[in-house]
Design a protein around this ligand. Structure first.
Ligand SMILES: *Cc1c(COP(=O)(O)O)cnc(C)c1O
Length: 410
């Protein structure tokens, strides 16, 4: 992995080491195909963050994950800025670190004032190593081990209870942990359908995550009987790579309604977490709403749902993942062999594949490829970009439009 940082001369006025007070809101990162700092050099190569991609591959090898720090910071700043603009109460943006968990990324988002959502002990360890404040770390998971729960409690992270086993384990651990109450949120399945791949839908009723609406009265009563735990709020996440705003509008109202139920049961919770889910542009045909559009729907939606019920505003949390970091990232591969199957297709093989990117083989996700060493050549060919692994399904891009390729191209 390499973090590409643009020198000041390329992006005038951008301070890469500290958070800026006024974010650059001209382009929504999640609506772009390439990182915001990407450009073509005088020698017709791709440059990211002021670094020539060809030089990076020569220096660090391939396949190479390249992260554009500028894009990640811009997206972080936009989420904070627009949530504060459209939501009059307190808010906190959390980075859903499963999108890319490494210490450098954790350190960058933390320096932008974001908290972190983690789904395993390993991600929790990485977040702490990246210097994230444990009070801003939230542990998720539908099957947390006792060790993971103990770890989160010991460092003072918030646990998001997903199921009855979590609740029983937390109550048990709370007895041994007397120095400060354990902070717990309850994850609910809001029963909202959205159009995305079935593997990344989480908010509809047939989901492995969270408590179903019909279990909630029992859950709230259980919680009330355990005041040794600090029940801080409710969480819901409806899925990922969502291009519609309506499911999020519905979610804002649904989560406030469930919060009313919890209050009526005698649980004075103060935080609502609406999850993530905003989609990004992987190919020209993807057309997601902007970060501003999403924050507006969520911020106004929650505020209005509270206003009509005469409720004080909760602390509003959201946890975007891919829309913070996806566009900031590019993977560079070197092309090796080619195979032409007459009248069927041409396979272009690269030096990575499902080992560095399991998404195409997991959910047939689409990507866009470009030739980084000959940016000006026209994309006249339709080829299939294959990985190097001994699995026929190890295909990175089917029917990719590329210029004629040669061995050694990047
Ligand atoms: C994956 C996930 C997210 C982030 O989803 P994105 O689509 O990447 O924004 C947020 N919360 C939870 C619990 C998740 O599992």
């Amino acid at each position: 992995m390499v973090i590409a940082q643009a020198p000041q001369s390329h992006l005038a006025g951008v301070d890469f080491l500290s958070a800026r007070s006024t974010p650059d809101t001209t382009l929504s990162p999640n609506q772009q195909l390439l990182p915001l700092s990407a450009r073509t050099t005088a020698t017709d190569t791709l440059e990211i963050g002021g670094c020539d991609v060809i030089d990076l591959v020569e220096q660090f090898g391939s396949p190479l994950y390249i992260l554009d720090e500028y894009t990640l910071r811009a997206a972080s700043q936009q989420y904070r800025h627009f949530l504060a603009t459209y939501y009059p109460g307190p808010s906190q943006v959390l980075y859903a670190s499963k999108a890319w968990s490494c210490t450098a990324v954790c350190a960058i988002v933390a320096s932008e004032g974001l908290g972190l959502d983690v789904v395993s002990g390993g991600e929790l360890y990485t977040a702490l190593a990246g210097g994230v404040d444990p009070q801003l770390i939230y542990l998720h998971g539908n099957n947390k081990s006792l060790d993971e729960l103990r770890y989160a409690i010991r460092v003072g992270a918030t646990v998001i209870a997903d199921n009855w086993l979590d609740l029983e384990n937390l109550v048990h651990l709370a007895q041994a942990h007397s120095d400060r109450p354990i902070r717990v949120m309850l994850r609910i399945t809001p029963g909202i359908e959205c159009h995305t791949h079935e593997y990344i839908r989480t908010g509809h009723l047939d989901s492995k995550f969270g408590f179903d609406p019909n279990q909630l009265t029992d859950v709230f009563q259980f919680a009330k009987q355990h005041p040794e735990i600090q029940w801080v709020g409710l969480h819901a996440h409806i899925g990922s790579q969502i291009f519609e705003l309506n499911p999020h509008m519905d979610l804002a109202d649904t989560i406030v309604e469930l919060w009313v139920t919890a209050k009526a049961e005698g649980l004075p919770m103060t935080e609502l977490n609406v999850g993530g889910g905003l989609g990004i542009r992987y190919t020209e045909s993807d057309d997601p709403p902007s970060i501003e559009d999403w924050c507006k729907v969520i911020g106004k939606g929650v505020a209005e749902a509270c206003e009509v019920r005469s409720l004080p505003l909760p602390k509003l949390l959201c946890e975007p993942g891919r829309s913070l970091i996806g566009t900031a990232c590019v993977t560079a591969y070197r092309i090796g062999s080619q195979k032409n199957v007459p009248d069927i297709r041409t396979y272009i093989s690269v030096d990575g594949g499902m080992s560095d990117n399991p998404r195409p083989i997991t959910y047939q996700s689409q990507y866009r490829a470009i030739l980084a060493n000959r940016m000006g050549d026209s994309a006249t060919e339709v080829v299939t970009v294959a990985g190097k692994h001994c699995e026929s399904g190890d295909i990175l891009l089917k029917d990719a439009q590329l210029p004629p390729c040669q061995t050694g191209d990047i």
